[in-house]
Write a protein that binds this ligand. Structure first.
Ligand code: HEC
Ligand code: HEC
Length: 375
């Protein structure tokens, strides 16, 4: 057996970075307060995949797609004798050839759908312009993203399982070769990288690292940037801020639908046990303002989700904290946190959502220090 250099350094560094970035994006995907980091990990993974695809066109032997084994017949033969010690493949075997192509395609589609969800739903990033255009169902993109990511994960698991079988059952050296670059081959194979190939690999890794640092370091970069603008409720209706933000924070009107505001405004003498009654002129002024700014007239994803969550309720809910959407979003937070000195009440949103009085509920504006202080 001869030791042959099969995988150039670019492949191997990129392989490790892809694993790390997939793991990081997968793990941060469920946490709202990590959403911008999640986006950074995902986009950086996309950069690596795009370079790896280009490398599949211009790279050396075995890295090139034209050297992958896409024959269905070979795939069937390979899979049906997967536990047998058949001849080792120098480059990618048929199963990993298909898995790699599938991971690249599904991976890129996952990232694209993630960017769409980020733009349409959260008004962030390159697709933020869609936020105000398409607003009947923002969850479609989120669901599509989740579906694609799960398919991506399934292929990754199959790929890992395949590599483990290859190593432990067939006695192959593929896993080791992804670290060292070398494989044992029967005949000498020459995969010398050209000068162009060397430069390409340097650019590949440099651009990947630079884009990661840029995305992480420059908060206002076009892929992450929030297009949600601070709202000055005082300028919109001074009565609202004067009267409705004296006992508690000014709740952004888009957090409740018209009906809830109307029920609340028609019973201010008994307002959560307090008397919040107003003279008729002020009441009407605030009422009109709340109707105009209610969730039905907002393109915000939160507004849509609150409305949706209220669709099947029999009675009219007038507390944001009593909406199924709010409850679901905060179900993992211990009640001790809400009762703590720093927070005091579920309704004291500002303890965790720093800029809520400016109408901003972006995920990166969630401050978890009050939560951590209690736990
Ligand atoms: C006299 C004090 C007072 C005034 C004035 C007042 N509120 Fe309240 N409001 C309360 C209290 C007390 C609660 C219950 C807070 C809690 O659960 O911690 C409450 C709760 C709310 C909630 C529900 C918060 C949640 O749990 O989701 C909304 C919405 C609200 N008020 C809107 C208004 C509006 C609109 C006005 C102006 C018309 C107003 N409030 C004026 C005392 C007041
Ligand atoms: C003790 C801290 C705390 C308080 C108080 C609190 N929140 Fe939250 N909120 C969070 C955290 C943490 C999350 C992220 C939950 C997650 O996804 O894991 C969150 C998520 C949300 C979301 C979802 C954001 C999104 O993009 O999907 C909304 C909307 C929201 N909160 C609104 C409110 C409102 C309105 C209030 C007050 C009535 C409030 N919250 C009070 C901590 C808090």
């Amino acid at each position: 057996m001869i030791k042959s250099y099969i995988w150039p350094l670019g492949n191997r560094i990129s392989h490790v970075l892809m694993i790390l970035l997939f793991a990081a994006s997968y793990l941060s995907g469920d946490e709202d307060e990590l959403l911008s980091f999640h986006a950074v990990f995902g986009i950086s993974l996309g950069v690596l995949i795009i370079f790896r695809i280009l490398w599949g066109v211009v790279g050396p032997k075995y890295s090139k797609f034209s050297d992958f084994d896409f024959s269905i017949k070979n795939l069937v033969v390979y899979l049906s004798s997967v536990f047998a010690k058949t001849k080792a493949h120098i480059g990618h075997n048929p199963a990993s050839s298909w898995a790699i192509i599938a991971m690249f395609i599904i991976g890129l589609l996952s990232i694209l759908s993630g960017l769409l969800a980020y733009g349409v739903g959260e008004n962030h990033g390159v697709f933020a312009f869609l936020h105000s255009i398409y607003f009947k169902d923002t969850e479609v993109f989120e669901e599509l993203h989740e579906l694609l990511v799960n398919v991506f994960l399934a292929i990754i698991i199959a790929h890992i399982a395949g590599s483990l079988i290859e190593k432990f059952v067939r006695g192959g050296d593929s896993i080791k070769s992804m670290v060292t670059g070398y494989k044992n081959t029967e005949t000498a194979v020459d995969t010398k990288t050209s000068l162009f190939g060397k430069i390409f690999q340097i650019i590949w890794i440099l651009v990947a690292v630079a884009s990661f640092v840029y995305l992480l370091g420059i908060k206002d970069n076009i892929f992450i940037k929030s297009e949600n603008k601070a709202v000055d409720y005082e300028a919109m209706n001074v009565d609202f801020v004067n009267e409705c933000a004296s006992c508690h924070i000014a709740y952004p009107p888009y957090l409740l639908p018209k009906k809830s505001w109307s029920v609340m405004m028609n019973n201010l003498t008994n307002h959560f046990g307090d008397d919040a009654s107003l003279d008729e002129k002020t009441r009407l002024s605030i009422s009109t303002f709340l109707q105009k700014e209610a969730s039905e007239n907002s393109t915000s994803e939160v507004a849509l989700k609150i409305q949706k969550s209220l669709n099947n309720q029999n009675q009219t809910i007038i507390a944001i904290t009593k909406t199924p959407f709010w409850k679901a979003k905060h179900k993992d937070i211990d009640s001790k946190v809400f009762l703590s000195n720093k927070v005091k009440s579920r309704a004291n949103c500002q303890a965790c959502h720093i800029d809520i009085e400016k109408g901003l509920l972006d995920s990166e504006l969630i401050d978890t220090k009050n939560i951590k202080a209690v736990l």
